[in-house]
Design a protein around this ligand. Structure first.
Ligand SMILES: Cc1cc2nc3c(=O)[nH]c(=O)nc-3n(C[C@H](O)[C@H](O)[C@H](O)COP(=O)(O)OP(=O)(O)OC[C@H]3O[C@@H](n4cnc5c(N)ncnc54)[C@H](O)[C@@H]3O)c2cc1C
Length: 329
């Protein structure tokens, strides 16, 4: 990008643009080279202006959340990474029956619609819902990342997923059009939002137009009024189960592979004797075999080589080709 374009881009947003920004600092894997620029957009107007500029100048772009499901290339990203700022993290409720005091069995079961910005962390949302006595989102306790990322990934655990509590998703297209899409029109699968999936390139793939075709800016959830103490206890038990099952110290992107139908990727990897296997700084976690971890100084190339090694071994032993859950950038 030449100096004039850089100045123009910087003038569109209130936060300073970070040039040549190391993306390892923006992913839970702590891996990845620099992006040409990292731009934080604080509100819809800034987002619209920036998207318009990037489209007009044909500059590659990609939006990320907290980078907890991302493996970024060692050579980085020759384009602009967008991050949604504070203006996208508000939580509000549409209905007034959110304060059922005292809690009686009569109001348990009442519905409540929660509107939340895409940059809000799932953790904050889970806590907010707990405080409001809203049940339905407990499964998300302990899943890191943003609400926007959780929708794109259809994040889930313990047999529940985002698609089950979504009422609508609000997106903005690069042309600046804002649309609210009702849940009934959206097609979700296991850890995938099908309507969006064509926009997530796999290893080694590139995208000519450079980035996502839309940005999730907010969602509406349909939750139910319940018992605050029960909600809190359930969230706590889910967090505790994670603490016992998952590696504590090493950086990772959570489960690396999707579970194949009727089986668990971790079980298959363990059965192939791969726990603790390393390529460079990347390692199959000895604690949870579906976690590929950065045991120190891992490169994206190390992780991809380890991924291929795991896929080959599991396919040889079980005939199943494991598909990555992690997105690549
Ligand atoms: C320790 C650990 C445990 C985990 N446990 C679970 C689990 O139990 N269940 C589970 O499902 N996942 C789990 N994950 C994975 C991850 O937390 C989820 O997939 C999470 O929802 C990703 O959110 P994010 O904001 O970090 O998204 P990112 O990783 O930043 O992005 C993921 C994808 O979404 C796109 N994206 C992000 N935000 C937007 C937006 N606003 N608009 C358009 N596109 C966007 C990105 O371009 C990328 O393609 C775990 C990860 C870790 C590190």
């Amino acid at each position: 990008m030449d100096g004039e374009l850089k100045q123009k881009l910087a003038s569109l947003v209130s936060s300073p643009v970070l040039w040549d920004c190391p993306l390892r600092d923006y992913t839970s894997f702590a891996i990845g080279g620099p992006a040409m620029a990292l731009v934080r957009v604080e509100d819809l107007l800034e987002l619209q202006r920036v998207l318009h500029f990037l489209q007009e100048q044909k500059i590659l772009w990609r939006i990320i959340g907290k980078g907890t499901n991302l493996l970024v290339n060692d050579s980085g990203f020759a384009g602009v990474i967008l991050i949604l700022g504070k203006g996208f993290s508000r939580i509000s409720s549409l209905k007034t029956e959110l304060n059922p005091v005292p809690q009686t069995s009569a109001n348990i079961g009442d519905g409540s619609v929660v509107q939340v910005g895409a940059a809000c962390s799932l953790a904050r949302l889970v806590d907010w819902c707990t405080d409001q006595g809203l049940t339905g989102l407990e499964f998300a306790a302990g899943i890191p990342g943003t609400v926007g990322g959780a929708v794109i990934m259809n994040a889930g655990a313990w047999g529940r997923e985002m698609a089950g509590v979504l009422r609508a998703v609000t997106v903005i297209t690069p042309a600046g059009d804002i649309t609210t899409l009702p849940r009934a029109e959206l097609d979700f699968g296991y850890r995938i939002w099908h309507d969006y999936s064509s926009q997530s390139p796999g290893v080694g793939e590139t995208r000519e137009n450079g980035g996502a075709k839309l940005v999730v800016v907010g969602v509406e959830l349909q939750l139910v009024l319940g018992d605050k103490e029960q909600i809190r206890n359930l969230c706590q038990s889910y967090r505790e189960k994670r603490r016992l099952k998952q590696p504590k110290k090493e950086c990772s992107a959570g489960s690396f592979f999707k579970n194949p139908e009727g089986d668990a990727a971790g079980r298959l990897i363990e059965a192939s004797g791969l726990k603790g296997v390393r390529v460079g700084g990347a390692m199959v976690s000895p604690v949870h075999a579906n976690f590929l971890v950065n045991s120190g100084g891992a490169t994206a190339e190390d992780v991809v080589s380890l991924m291929k090694k795991v896929q080959a071994a599991v396919q040889k032993d079980s005939g199943i080709l494991l598909e990555p859950e992690v997105h690549f950038l």
